[in-house]
Design a protein around this ligand. Structure first.
Ligand SMILES: [Zn+2]
Length: 135
């Protein structure tokens, strides 16, 4: 399946969205778009909520975004607990998507404020797992 490498986001489990991992391997972050109505999903979805059964296509995001708000996480789901405390950001991407993602440790917490420009980027974890964060 390939998802054992996608270690940090257990909510992505549908095999039809396996291409996400291929994009991450290339350093790209991709969303899915419904070919019928054009609605776009991130995290990707295998089918459109409005038109079940319709075909989807993949679109690569440029990842440019600005911070809306952020919080510091002290108590996390088991997979994330070793990383605590960490910063979790909500950002709006250039195409209007709102994305929750961890904030890269390279970002100085004191510099974070609403409107700060951050990019959604692919990161590689210590177990060679791939995920994304804001940096
Ligand atoms: Zn649709």
């Amino acid at each position: 399946m390939g998802f054992e490498k996608f270690g940090r986001f257990g909510y992505v489990s549908q095999t039809k969205i396996n291409p996400l991992l291929s994009y991450l391997e290339k350093g790209q972050i991709a969303a899915t778009r419904c070919k019928k109505c054009g609605r776009t999903y991130f995290p990707p979805r295998a089918e459109c909520l409005d038109d079940r059964q319709s075909a989807i296509e993949w679109v690569v995001l440029d990842g440019k975004g600005s911070l809306i708000t952020f919080t510091k996480v002290f108590f996390a789901p088991p997979a994330f607990q070793p990383e605590t405390p960490y910063l979790l950001g909500l950002a709006e991407l250039s195409n209007g998507f709102r994305v929750f993602a961890p904030v890269s440790p390279s970002v100085d917490e004191k510099q974070l404020k609403p409107g700060k420009e951050l990019n959604l980027k692919v990161a590689r974890g210590s177990r060679d797992n791939l995920f994304y964060w804001l940096e």
